[in-house]
Design a binder for this molecule. Structure first.
Ligand code: SAM
Length: 370
């Protein structure tokens, strides 16, 4: 599965009337750098009650979620590209041992499904199975979709509206920027475990947003991103904490993890070029959150992103991406103690594996793994 890297370009974001009105005065959008005053950053900002519009991009209202990325057609397209990139890099859509289960008919939940690309692809491949995708944004298709798929709009930090033990396979991918560690620990992971059936599998896929081998400008950008995320209590390297968090659940065992280094730039061939393009789109999508921290207006920021892109090749930059998968235990009564011991052993072995890989990539100090 998944060796094809071709991606169909979606039509560009059609501006809604409110978008258009927000951008009508393009001269006001970008202040000239000569007269730049960071305290009066020039952006077109407005809100229609549900969303805010900044420089032509549509974002959630901050009070409803800390999620910092936009919610518009450009972002839908970016997420589709990320899906095909990840499928190519891993040569698969998942790592948990669920192939047979999916073939035979399983109930699958995709939390924070975005446009639902992963869900829709699996639904057409595994037609005996049923899929539910949930997301705070209605980015997913509401009408034209396969019979074995449904989507629900909800805020996952407020709990999932499903009974205990509903799904055979619970999947969550690329939600690093969405949740604080407190939310992962006390809201998200407990809910994933609760709705997973005994013997079912939970799979997480998250990047380390502290990129590796960046140049001067890239490091500056990455530091601004970390600083913005820390202001909203989001850890850019939450992938490492998630390993500890999932292994702390008594009801989970058989923890496994694996990682890939996703090369950024043409030094990584076709895959690297696509990953760098996605990174640039991600930087642009995060732009309005970072202008102030970097003391730039939108125009300067756009030029800055180009310099970061050029540095990718010089430095041979890459991003680390992890998959973590773990099984919900069957109630084993007397054997429960044995299972917990096994889980502790799994956790120790898994940490050693991460250490070895981390050392190999010279990242040990960068990621702070002990
Ligand atoms: C980076 S996208 C990943 C989408 C999808 N998992 C994928 O891999 O293509 C993160 C998604 O999480 C959603 N999200 C953010 N905060 C959320 C929340 N509190 N509850 C549910 N979904 C949320 C966003 O709307 C966005 O679609």
């Amino acid at each position: 599965m998944g060796a094809n890297l071709s991606v169909k370009k979606r039509s560009k974001h059609k501006k809604s009337s409110s978008d258009a009105s927000n951008n009508s005065d393009s001269s006001n959008t970008f202040a000239s750098s000569a007269s730049f005053d960071p305290s009066s950053l020039s952006q077109t900002r407005s809100s229609d009650g549900n969303f805010q519009y900044i420089d032509g991009r549509r974002y959630h209202i901050a009070e409803q979620t800390r999620y910092a990325l936009p919610d518009d057609d450009e972002e839908v397209y970016r997420l589709q590209v990320v899906h095909y990139l990840l499928r190519y890099v891993w040569n698969s859509n998942f790592s948990a041992p669920v192939e047979e289960m999916l073939q035979n008919g399983a109930h699958v939940l995709d939390v924070g499904c975005g446009p639902g690309t992963w869900t829709l692809e699996l639904a057409s491949e595994y037609q005996q199975s049923t899929f539910v995708g949930v997301d705070i944004s209605p980015m997913f298709p509401s009408e034209i979709k396969p019979k074995n798929v449904s989507f629900l709009q909800l805020n996952a930090t407020k709990g999932l509206p499903f009974p205990d033990d509903t799904f055979d396979y619970v999947f969550i991918r690329w939600l690093t920027t969405a949740f604080t560690e407190e939310q992962w620990k006390n809201a998200i992971l407990p809910e994933l475990v609760r709705v997973c059936k005994p013997n079912g599998w939970i799979e997480l896929g998250e990047p380390d947003l502290r990129l590796v081998n960046l140049g001067t400008n890239g490091s500056r950008w990455n530091a601004a991103l970390s600083s913005y995320l820390s202001k909203i209590q989001v850890n850019p390297s939450t992938c490492y904490t998630l390993l500890d968090l999932v292994s702390s659940f008594d009801s989970l065992s058989e923890l496994s993890t694996d990682s890939r280094d996703i090369k950024l730039g043409s030094w990584g061939g076709k895959e690297g070029a696509l990953a760098a393009q996605d990174c640039s789109d991600f930087m642009k999508a995060m732009g309005p959150r970072l202008y102030e921290l970097l003391g730039m207006d939108g125009e300067e920021y756009a030029r800055f992103v180009e310099t970061v892109m050029r540095e990718f090749d010089t430095g041979r930059s890459f991003m680390k991406y992890f998959r973590i998968w773990i099984r919900k235990e069957h109630e084993m009564n007397g054997l429960k103690g044995e299972m917990i011991k096994k889980k502790k052993k799994d956790k120790k072995m898994m940490k050693e594996r991460v250490d070895v890989k981390t050392n190999h990539n010279g990242m040990r100090n960068a990621v702070g793994i002990q």
